[in-house]
Every structure is written in structure tokens, then in C-alpha cells.
Design a protein around this ligand. Structure first.
Ligand SMILES: Cc1ncc(COP(=O)(O)O)c(C=O)c1O
Length: 448
């Protein structure tokens, strides 16, 4: 690493003086590095001194096909000369129509309409509002409560925080929130000796059913991160949980909202995570990877019955929700280029081979005595560091992050959970290099 003072320090100082960085206690930057990025290529980010970092978490899980991807770049350049933006109320355009058609086709047209926004949390807000409003349109305004899972994360706006169960993000705002019912997580790590992940999933569904028996008439929807609860530490569950929830939602007449913001777009091995349970929810929220990590784009897909319940002469039965950049043509064009790469490169199949290779390369960690719960699904890997001292545990994440940077690696553990969510373009050499770096960093941090 070549930390020569100069341009880098200027940019860092100016940034700290003028930019309030997200999800950060800014004072920590008195000791923690702030990396001034100048450009990206493929899986690598480069700082202004020419040091590079393998982006093993896809820049907060958004980047699928690498930075400065030539195919997405050229699609955007063409779109830029045609139409940068037009309001979507009263107007429409080719990119938003094509994207909606292609996504609906990926659900066999079960979820036939897409409603657009920009960030993941906005999609969650939309799904919650739409669910409530659907029941209201059906003459059931009392259905206004929501259910979420223990350890769930659905974003940080006030409505999304109400269905989020991560204390560090929620507690400061607790008095502002409409609280959801929090039910057991099907996290496979909860298995007792002799129990399978499917057993844990069925028990968790049993707990949900008890709640629904009592309160279904007041509950609008349950919101779930299918297969992997990412932000609370990559908690993975058996697909049978999704099947059980689908059955319960039908039986007790509540909506199932699949928040696929992190797990959609091939991240768990199928395009939608729900496909692995062979079920469709009533709403799917998508964001992050859908634009290839290029532009803020989120959307909510809904079943046609739900769409139809708003379709009326009465304006108040309509879904009167909007954001200025709803359906932005540039963002939709980036999404179309992203979907085209899935087809042209047979990405889901190619990822199976990549995943097998990386799993094999990480095998020494899976059996490491200071590692618990090594787990993997699709293009997500995670393991928990076994740390005895509470002091060491409290600083593990930050120490790992800083040490990783010294090894040209961008990895930010969640607590003591180290996870990898790389873009879908790693070469054989990058896979081997990534696994080797993770092991070296882990060994250094655990020895310190
Ligand atoms: C499952 C899930 N839902 C919602 C969100 C919120 O998305 P955004 O940060 O774009 O608002 C996230 C972000 O990490 C997420 O992982």
C-alpha cells in the first residue's frame, strides 16, 4: 500500500468537513480510514493513490456485474441522448414498460404490475401501504398491523423501521414507530442437536400460526426476507418456511410481502429467492442489484387481484403514492442491460460453478476451530468468528475491516459474522485470491 500524503488527504479532509456519511459514527473516522475512491473496474475499486480493493460485498450488495461494466455503460450512454427523465404520472416510456414486462414474465405473470420508487426502504413503504390499502378497498380497514421476523431488516425510513428488528438501527427512533408483531426467525442456527433446518422452519411457522389465530383480522401482511436475513448477520433458513408462510397467509387471509431487495436478482441462486420454495408472494420488493448497482431504483411487484382492487372511478381507491424519480428511464435502462446480461451470459448457471469454486477455496475456514456456522446459499457466504473475550468481540468488525483493507479487500463483517457477497464476475484468479485474503485477514485478526 502506498499512502503518500497529498490528493488523498485533501479529499478525505474535505469529505469529513462537508459530507455526513451513512450508517457511521463520524467520530470513528478519527482512527478509521475513509477511502477516497477514484474509479472502479470489474470487481475492483481504486483509490486516488492507485491502491485497489476487491469489492467482496458488491458495494453494499448492489453491484452484480462489476464496476464500469462496458455493456451497462453503453446502454446508459444511448439512453442519455434519448431521455434522461420524464414524470411517470400521465406519461410512460419504453424502458419502464420493457422492464415491467420482463419482470412480470419472470413470475409467469402472477405478479403482473410493477410500481416504482428509488431506494429499497421506499419499496418497503409502498408494499406496506398497498397491503393496508388493499384490505381497506375490500372493506377491511381494521387490518392495519404487520408481522416481521426476529432480526428482520427492511430499511430505515419510519415505516420500514417499524418492521425492522435490529436494535442498533431501531432503538433511537422506537417512540416514533408503529410496532409490528415480531415472530420467531427460522434461522437454521437455532437448530438443537438432532434438529434439521426444516424442523426449525416448521417450528417458526407454528409460532406465526399462533399469532394469526388470535389476530389475523387486524393483520394486513407479513414481511419476510426470503432465505437469508442479510443485515442482521446472514441468517439463512430452509425454503420450507416460505411454503408454510404462503399456506398460512392463504388460510388466515393476510398478504405475504417478500422483501427481495438484498436476496433478489440471482443472489441466492435463483433469480427470485422465492422460486426455491416454488411459491409466489403477494408483493415482491426489489432494489439494489436490479440496476446492476448503477442507479437508485426500486420497485414493488403485485398480483393482478391486488392491482384490480384499486381500479375504480373513485380517485381515493387509487394508490396515490409517488416519488419524483419514479420509473426513471436511465435507471430502468440500467436494469434492462442488467437483465440482458443474465440472459446472454447464462448467469445463474455460471454462478453455480463460481459458487462451487469459492466454497471449495473457503473450505479451510469451514472447518476452522475458531469458526462457527459456516453457511452458504447462492452467491452469499457467511461464518461466525468464535471470540471469547467480549472486548475483542466488540471491536472485531472494525479490526477485520481495517486489516482487510491492508490486504486489498473490502469486507465489512456484521458483528462477529464475516460474509462475502461478491459480484457475479470473479475470475478463477480472483476467486482464489479472495479466499486466500479472507483466510489471511481472519488469521491476523484472531491472533491480535
Ligand atoms: C432486505 C432489505 N430491505 C430493505 C433495505 C433498504 O434498502 P435501501 O438501503 O436501499 O433503502 C435493505 C438494505 O440493505 C435490505 O437489505
Amino acid at each position: 500500500m502506498n499512502h503518500t500524503p497529498g490528493k488523498q488527504d485533501d479529499l478525505v479532509t474535505r469529505s469529513l468537513r462537508s459530507v455526513w456519511h451513512p450508517c457511521t459514527q463520524m467520530q470513528h473516522h478519527e482512527t478509521l480510514p475513509l477511502i477516497p475512491v477514484s474509479h472502479g473496474r470489474g470487481a475492483w475499486l481504486y483509490d486516488i493513490n492507485g491502491d485497489r480493493y476487491l469489492d467482496a460485498i458488491s458495494s453494499w450488495w448492489v453491484n452484480l456485474f462489476g464496476h464500469a461494466n462496458p455493456r451497462i455503460n453503453s446502454a446508459l450512454k444511448l439512453q442519455l441522448d434519448l431521455l434522461e427523465h420524464a414524470m411517470l404520472a400521465g406519461f410512460t416510456h419504453e424502458p419502464v414498460v420493457q422492464l415491467s414486462e420482463q419482470l412480470a414474465a419472470r413470475t409467469g405473470h402472477v405478479l403482473g404490475h410493477c410500481f416504482y420508487a428509488s431506494d429499497g426502504a421506499s419499496a418497503v413503504e409502498i408494499a406496506l401501504k398497498m397491503s393496508f390499502h388493499t384490505w381497506r378497498n375490500h372493506g377491511k380497514p381494521a387490518k392495519r398491523e404487520f408481522v416481521c421476523l426476529k432480526g428482520s431488516y427492511h430499511g430505515e425510513t419510519i415505516g420500514a423501521l417499524g418492521v425492522t428488528d435490529v436494535p442498533i438501527f431501531r432503538d433511537a427512533y422506537d417512540s416514533l414507530l408503529q410496532h409490528a408483531h415480531v415472530v420467531a426467525s427460522p434461522d437454521a442456527r437455532n437448530a438443537e442437536p438432532g434438529e434439521s433446518a426444516a424442523d426449525v422452519a416448521r417450528q417458526a411457522a407454528g409460532e406465526l400460526e399462533k399469532l394469526l389465530q388470535e389476530r389475523a383480522s387486524q393483520i394486513a401482511a407479513i414481511i419476510i426476507e426470503p432465505l437469508v436475513q442479510c443485515a442482521s448477520g446472514m441468517a439463512m433458513h430452509d425454503p420450507v418456511y416460505l411454503q408454510e408462510v404462503r399456506l398460512l397467509c392463504d388460510k388466515y387471509q393476510i398478504h405475504m410481502i417478500a422483501d427481495e431487495i438484498a436476496v433478489g436478482c440471482g443472489r441466492t441462486g435463483t433469480f427470485f429467492a422465492c422460486e426455491q420454495a416454488a411459491i409466489w408472494p403477494d408483493f415482491i420488493c426489489l432494489s439494489k442489484g436490479i440496476s446492476g448497482g448503477y442507479l437508485p431504483l426500486s420497485l414493488v411487484m403485485t398480483r393482478d387481484e391486488i392491482y384490480q382492487s384499486f381500479y375504480d372511478i373513485d380517485v381515493r381507491r387509487g394508490f396515490l403514492h409517488s416519488h419524483s424519480y419514479t420509473g426513471n428511464p436511465l435507471a430502468c435502462r440500467a436494469a434492462l442491460a442488467t437483465l440482458a446480461i443474465f440472459e446472454e451470459d447464462d448467469v445463474l448457471n455460471a454462478n453455480r460453478a463460481r459458487a462451487a469454486q469459492l466454497t471449495m477455496a473457503l473450505a479451510p475456514l469451514a472447518s476452522h476451530e475458531q469458526v462457527a456456522n459456516f453457511r452458504h446459499r447462492g452467491m452469499i457466504w457467511a461464518f461466525d468468528a468464535v471470540i471469547d473475550s467480549p472486548q475483542a468481540a466488540a471491536t472485531f468488525s472494525q479490526r477485520f475491516f481495517s486489516t482487510a483493507l491492508e490486504h486489498e479487500l473490502l469486507l465489512r463483517p456484521i458483528g462477529n459474522t464475516v460474509y462475502l457477497m461478491p459480484p457475479y464476475i470473479l475470475s478463477d484468479e480472483e476467486i482464489a485470491g479472495l479466499a486466500a485474503r479472507v483466510q489471511t485477514v481472519f488469521a491476523r485478526v484472531m491472533a491480535a
